[in-house]
Design a binder for this molecule. Structure first.
Ligand SMILES: *Cc1c(COP(=O)(O)O)cnc(C)c1O
Length: 371
């Protein structure tokens, strides 16, 4: 007799759809018989500059320690983070990517049948980590593709445990101002956790864009997440962190696996944090690429959502199918990201690359759409 194991799986897992990552370069190379060097991947908001040389040096120094467990407390990385952020080590939780922190906060506070709230078009991981523990996901309608914080506050009930706010949001690149965020935080009952995801914090230049850390003292229910996967160029190593009150960090550290960040990730993150020139160059390259891509979208008469991140979602022309445009771009060796699963079937998201990559993308897109 064969068992149907999916019937034995917990309910939250049975209905789960796995996260859909951007297509890896080697996979497309295998499928199309292309050389990896001829493929441009602009699908996962990665840093196109390559890693900081200081990160590479730091990793080499760790080779001889390969047999040892990493520092489970992440002492050195936390020390540097505290110098940069003005926090204390007790306020930090290290994650295997900042996605890890999203999982921790859910496991600390959410029971089967509780609610979590997030916006339409929000980052996909919130729904995944919440459904895993049997939570109900309350999805509020977006306003011009961005978070409607008033609607999100109104969706809070006695059953709500966490509200996820992404600033700026992925895949829309939309953001909320300091005033909007403070008005929202004031209206959220303090027993509801606000998870403020600042994965793209470093890229934003807007004067009234809020720094969540400055709000921590006033809002004890606030947890901020940041990552080394984007502006710090370490997506492969998986390292991110949470910033909160010491009390919330203590709770998250109880569910954190003891060695969730490896020695290479700890060393590389610490080194890149101190490589200010690298981060500056990453941001400058992003600014240049964003200006170029949006001017090209204008030239090609393609709509796009104004973005403050390292990516932009653009609209395929009326009557064309975004999945066909995506597939045709793949055929030309250019990987972008479909966002139909984010409720945006007429859009594709492109990450800002090097200027050479951006030009290759524009040439391929123009050929696919207009030739
Ligand atoms: C990329 C991204 C993250 C970061 O994920 P990591 O696990 O740190 O690599 C978090 N939130 C959003 C909205 C993102 O787009």
């Amino acid at each position: 007799m064969s068992l149907n194991y999916s019937e034995l799986a917990v309910e939250g897992v049975r209905s789960l759809k796995p996260y859909q990552p951007g297509k890896p370069i080697d996979e497309l190379a295998r499928e199309l018989g292309l050389n990896e060097e001829d493929i441009v991947k602009l699908a996962s908001n990665e840093n196109p500059l390559g890693p900081s040389p200081k990160a590479l040096d730091a990793i080499r120094k760790e080779f001889d320690e390969l047999t040892r467990y990493p520092d489970g407390a992440g002492f050195e990385l936390k020390k540097t983070l505290c110098e940069k952020l003005g926090t204390s080590p007790e306020q930090l939780t290290l994650g295997n990517g900042s996605s890890d922190i999203l999982d921790f906060i859910v496991r600390v506070f959410v029971n089967d049948g509780d609610d979590v709230v997030f916006s339409e078009h929000a980052f996909a991981i919130y729904g995944l980590v919440a459904k895993m523990v049997g939570a109900n996901c309350i999805v509020t309608p977006a306003k011009n593709y961005g978070h409607d914080l008033e609607a999100m506050a109104s969706a809070i009930t006695d059953r709500t445990k966490i509200v996820f706010v992404t600033n700026p949001n992925n895949p829309t690149g939309t953001w909320n101002s300091k005033n909007e965020l403070i008005t929202f935080l004031k209206s959220v009952p303090t027993h509801v956790i606000v998870l403020l995801d600042e994965a793209y914090f470093e890229y934003v230049h807007e004067a009234d864009y809020p720094n969540g850390i400055e709000l921590l003292n006033s809002y004890p229910n606030l947890v901020i997440t940041r990552t080394f996967s984007k502006a710090y160029g370490l997506a492969s190593l998986r390292v991110g962190y949470g910033i909160s009150s010491a009390e919330l960090a203590d709770l998250m550290n109880r569910v954190r696996p003891p060695f969730n960040v490896d020695s290479f990730a700890l060393a590389a993150a610490n080194a890149t944090l101190q490589d200010e020139a690298y981060v500056k160059a990453s941001i400058a390259l992003n600014d240049e690429g964003m200006a170029y891509l949006t001017s090209e979208f204008d030239r090609l008469n393609l709509g796009y959502i104004s973005s403050v991140g390292n990516f932009v979602s653009f609209k395929v022309p009326d009557g064309s199918d975004s999945m066909k445009v995506y597939a045709d771009l793949l055929g030309k060796g250019v990987i972008v990201r479909p966002v139909a699963n984010y409720g945006m079937p007429e859009y594709l998201r492109v990450s800002i690359g090097t200027m050479a990559e951006n030009r290759l993308f524009v040439a391929a897109l123009e050929a696919v759409l207009f030739e």
